[in-house]
Write a new protein. Structure first.
Length: 300
């Protein structure tokens, strides 16, 4: 008998007894298609009725179902039984410990992951053999750039993208530019002071007296800007350059002035129309033979 009941009522595959429920609480149950019929008296603290069922369902549906995305809204407060930490609204905090099943290395700076930039010559890759980055489309908010060897084809720079305050003193000098960029100054810098007939150059100017003599000095900024004068003498110790003619009154150079010294040549005239010139009585002043004045011949 046991063997017969065991074979008929025990599911050896699922390892459980087959049970046919006919009563609940001593009362014969009502079944349909193998499912028990349930008499629900309350739902959501409301007595069960068609109206109340609709109220509960419609309230929950309207509050918790996103009809646009066709999905239920879920407010996740715990994960694997652990309360989730506070975070900005709508943002799930994630502590990344693995990437593609590999443990991530400890960060050098807390909160910043260590990343490996792919080596190669493709778009966005770094060629570690020569240090170049190929086809970078957009770079934003770069605070400091050091030791840039070559920059090719900058398409555009936004208005005020680079101004004087963004370029450190000495960051761009004459050696930065190619030799064929035209006339270059012998020296440029910030004046120390000035007077009606001189300008004191910066402290690093040449220590050789008359080094800048017979060159021209242009005031490029500050007091006296735009004036252009011949340097007639230079003191290598004091750095004072004497100029001619005098600076415009009240517009002499000061410590606010910037300058550039431009080269000029000196010609020593030894012949005029194929004939040797006469030795001057006063050095530097040519001897001339005046034959006419305003078209009229000069009398002996």
């Amino acid at each position: 008998m046991f063997a017969t009941d065991f074979a008929a009522n025990y599911n050896t595959t699922a390892d459980k007894w087959n049970v046919s429920v006919t009563h609940f609480g001593g009362t014969a149950g009502t079944f349909s298609g193998g499912r028990p019929e349930v008499n629900t008296t309350h739902l959501g603290a409301l007595a069960t009725s068609v109206a109340n069922l609709n109220t509960v369902f419609n309230t929950d549906f309207a509050s918790n179902y996103n009809t646009t995305a066709d999905r239920w809204k879920v407010d996740v407060t715990h994960y694997s039984g652990t309360l989730m930490p506070a975070s900005p609204a709508g943002v799930i905090p994630v502590d990344v410990t693995h990437w593609l099943n590999t443990s991530v290395p400890a960060a050098h700076t807390s909160g910043y992951p260590i990343v490996t930039i792919k080596d190669g010559t493709g778009t966005g890759e770094i060629n570690t053999s020569n240090g170049t980055i190929v086809d970078v489309i957009n770079v934003s908010d770069v605070q400091t750039v050091q030791d840039v060897g070559t920059v090719d084809e900058v398409t555009s720079v936004s208005p005020n993208g680079i101004d004087a305050s963004a370029i450190a003193d000495g960051a761009i000098d004459r050696a930065t530019f190619a030799a064929d960029t035209g006339l270059q100054s012998i020296r440029s810098g910030q004046a120390q002071s000035g007077s009606s007939t001189n300008i004191t150059l910066d402290a690093s100017a040449s220590a050789v007296t008359d080094f800048y003599k017979n060159s021209y000095v242009l005031i490029t900024g500050g007091s006296g800007a735009g004036q252009y004068r011949l340097i007639t003498g230079y003191n290598g110790t004091s750095k004072a350059a004497t100029v001619a003619p005098a600076w415009i009154a009240t517009q002499e150079p000061t410590s606010s002035s910037t300058f550039a010294i431009l080269p000029a040549g000196i010609a020593n005239v030894e012949a005029w129309f194929g004939a040797p010139v006469a030795s001057p009585t006063q050095p530097g002043v040519p001897e001339v033979d005046v034959t006419h004045v305003l078209g009229d011949p000069v009398c002996d």
